[in-house]
Design a protein around this ligand. Structure first.
Ligand SMILES: [Zn+2]
Ligand SMILES: [Zn+2]
Length: 285
């Protein structure tokens, strides 16, 4: 627990119930209360379904949301998160998500951020005709615990209809029938609804990420005392246990300050000091 922000209030930019996942960590680790502004429309800053494209990186998007919420609430502390889901970078046919969470402190002029890779997200889609059996897909995405978004696969004209937050078989059937009727190929695109309140798997990832972010905020820079001292990079080259040359494994963690630019390196936290030969670039090129 850290007293740096004890008794303070931070505004969380969400309209999808993320406070359930984020507020507990801020309250227990930092004694910070989290409020949600009522009039915030984060969809204006881009949506998962793509009706409004997101501009910039996920960090740009998270920062824009945090700043909009801080302005609206008149508070100098803000929290926002942004996720990006797609094919897994290493494993074909698997999906992965990256979640980024930022904490903005306008008084100290710092931004503390943490990311999390979710390699088992509920993120999938299927193209379906009116009478297709979707049982396998629905099982895979754990419907109806996870909501769906249905839209025409090839929309006729420019009007895009999205049925969001679909949570029952009945609504799903109606949404598919309707979408097929306005699709050039008479098929509907059925995808997981990635908004946090519709995707409990994503909500859990945000909970984990909020815990990490709060822990990082509680960690102070040894040089200037600013909050947010944590890992900013990894240095590879853990020595090979056969030849002593550099391996592809991480040798040291680099920690950095969110405010003053102070950096420190520390050995791996798991105590590993040598790499097996199979990770060696010289022995095993
Ligand atoms: Zn070697
Ligand atoms: Zn510092």
């Amino acid at each position: 627990m850290s007293a740096l922000y004890a008794g303070r209030t931070a505004v969380l930019a969400t309209m999808h119930g993320k406070q359930k996942a984020i507020a507990p960590a801020f309250s227990s680790r930092l004694q910070v209360s989290v409020v949600v502004p009522e009039m915030l429309d984060t969809d204006l800053l881009g949506t998962f379904t793509g009706e409004i494209p997101r501009f910039g990186t996920i960090e740009d998007a998270a920062m824009a949301k945090a700043r909009a919420a801080m302005k609206l609430a008149g508070l100098s502390l803000g929290i926002a998160s942004e996720g990006s889901y797609g094919p897994h970078p290493q494993i074909p046919f698997l999906a992965a998500g990256i979640e980024l969470m930022v904490f903005v402190d306008n008084e100290r002029r710092i931004v503390v951020k943490e990311t999390l890779i979710d390699d088992a997200p509920k993120f999938a889609h299927v193209v379906a005709g009116r009478d297709d059996d979707l049982s396998a897909f629905l099982g895979q995405v754990d419907f109806p615990r996870h909501g769906l978004v249905v839209s025409p696969n090839k929309p006729v004209g420019r009007a895009q209809t999205f049925f969001k937050g679909v949570l029952t078989r009945q609504t799903l059937a109606l949404a598919i029938a309707n979408s097929c009727s306005v699709s050039e190929d008479a098929r509907a695109l059925v995808q997981t609804d990635m908004r946090a309140h519709m995707n409990p798997t994503r909500m859990r990832a945000l909970e984990t990420l909020a815990g990490r972010l709060a822990a990082r905020i509680a960690s102070q820079c040894p040089s200037c005392g600013a909050p947010g001292f944590g890992i900013v990079g990894l240095e590879k080259g853990l020595p090979c246990d056969y030849c002593g040359g550099p391996s592809v494994l991480v040798r040291r963690e680099l920690l950095g300050c969110a405010s003053c630019g102070h950096k420190e390196a520390r050995p791996r936290q798991d105590g590993l000091v040598m790499a097996e030969q199979r990770y060696c670039t010289a022995c095993n090129p």
